[in-house]
Design a protein around this ligand. Structure first.
Ligand SMILES: [Zn+2]
Length: 239
């Protein structure tokens, strides 16, 4: 597997999760030539604003702005997601189909929408199940080992306390433009709060803290492996 061109696979519990939590990172990757695919696990049918049909359309527009393809998975529906091994197997089947190097999922931190942390746990399980050769439910597909699982956080409450984040510099104009467009595609959700402003402000703070204009954070599920200290010589703290 070529780690710089193998696909990125992002999971979201609701139609706008990936865009708001990690959209700029997706834009950065697709703009450098990496394919990206979204697996969205509900159509937002429990939300206050927007019908499932509207939200499906918004998601398709948003994914397009980020250069990603999108599919919807039927699990238990919005606000009903349960931790079940059958779900992890279903997500593992998606991993075997897409065969990604990178997998993104909402963080498993409990102080947020219950679908978010449950999906984070299910995806973590799925990345393991995807590589076990003897699973009869997945027998029709070749096992697949991903390169790395990263968690994204939709707000400060969702940021994992026990993992150190990596800061991705998303300052490039084309990246910020694609990301903003993808968030604005979810127009039905702006009736509740201005989530675009919120995420842009968050990215500005994360960026300034790391000495760049805008940054988005990811939390690696496992220790990162580097071939050289040069790759990790730039810390976020500005001395
Ligand atoms: Zn959500």
């Amino acid at each position: 597997m070529n780690l710089s061109t193998a696909p990125l696979l992002a999971f979201g519990a609701h139609p706008d999760d990936i865009e708001f939590g990690a959209g700029a990172i997706v834009a950065r990757e697709t703009q450098s030539g990496r394919p990206a695919h979204f697996a969205v696990c509900s159509r937002g049918e429990a939300g206050t604003n927007g019908t499932p049909a509207e939200r499906t359309k918004e998601t398709e527009r948003a994914a397009k702005a980020l250069g990603a393809t999108v599919e919807f998975l039927e699990l238990d529906g919005d606000s009903h997601l349960e931790l079940r091994n059958a779900h992890a197997l279903k997500l593992a089947a998606v991993i075997r189909t897409v065969r990604p190097a990178l997998v993104l999922a909402p963080s498993p931190e409990p102080n947020q929408h219950p679908d978010h942390w449950r999906l984070g746990q299910l995806v973590r399980d799925a990345t393991r199940l995807a590589r076990y050769g003897g699973l009869k439910e997945l027998k029709s597909q070749t096992p697949h080992a991903i390169g790395q699982l990263f968690f994204y956080a939709l707000g400060p409450g969702a940021e994992p306390r026990d993992l150190s984040p990596v800061v991705i510099d998303i300052s490039a104009k084309e990246v910020m433009a694609a990301w903003t467009k993808s968030m604005e595609a979810h127009a039905s959700q702006m009736k509740t709060r201005n989530y675009v402003e919120l995420q842009l402000a968050r990215a500005r703070v994360h960026g300034l803290n790391a000495g760049v204009a805008h940054g988005q954070l990811l939390w690696p599920n496992d220790p990162l492996v580097f071939h050289s200290l040069t790759d990790i010589s730039r810390g976020a703290r500005r001395f």
